[in-house]
Design a protein around this ligand. Structure first.
Ligand SMILES: [Cu+2]
Length: 166
């Protein structure tokens, strides 16, 4: 192969070209912007796809902490035990497939928790624990193991729920 040589003439012509064709700089910026845009879309889609694989939105089930949950144990809004439907976790009991994500949404105006176990047990919070969930916040947990998971709210322990994973 012949090595490429920069002769006096070609050097001059390069310099001359650079001087007389400033438009080339704009084309360069355009290419950079275009590349950046394409890369952003590709990276964005990759993250979205990875998230879809990891969390599989089609396998997401929602449990809400309904309005008035903190009043469930008192007066007029007396907690209705097993039959309750208006207070606490809705649905109270939920059966899901292994690998499903449960998303709890706090639709109440105060703090609640989603804590695995029963208030009296010594395994409280071992399977999952949302810690303090403010009004409007959500907590997600993916259930990868079959079993029955009791949970409750440490702020208002009369709020109880159950997830059955098949
Ligand atoms: Cu609560």
């Amino acid at each position: 192969m012949k090595p490429y040589l920069v002769t006096e003439d070609s050097f001059y012509s390069l310099k001359h070209e650079a001087k007389t064709k400033p438009k080339k700089d704009y084309a360069g910026i355009g290419a950079v912007i275009f590349t950046f845009t394409v890369l952003s879309i590709v990276i964005g889609l990759s993250i979205y796809t990875a998230r879809q694989i990891a969390y599989g939105q089609e396998n997401e089930v929602i449990v809400t902490i309904v309005k008035g949950s903190a009043d469930a144990g008192s007066g007029e809004n007396k907690y209705d035990g097993e039959k309750h439907s208006g207070y606490g976790f809705d649905p109270r009991e939920l059966t899901i497939e292994k690998g499903t994500i449960v998303k709890w949404i706090n639709n109440h105006t105060t703090i609640h928790t989603i804590t695995s176990g029963k208030p009296s047990s010594n395994t409280v919070g071992t399977a999952f624990d949302s810690s303090y969930l403010n009004a409007g916040e959500s907590y997600l947990h993916k259930f990868n193991k079959k079993g029955t998971y009791d949970y409750y709210c440490t702020m208002y322990p009369f709020m109880k729920g159950k997830i059955i994973v098949k």
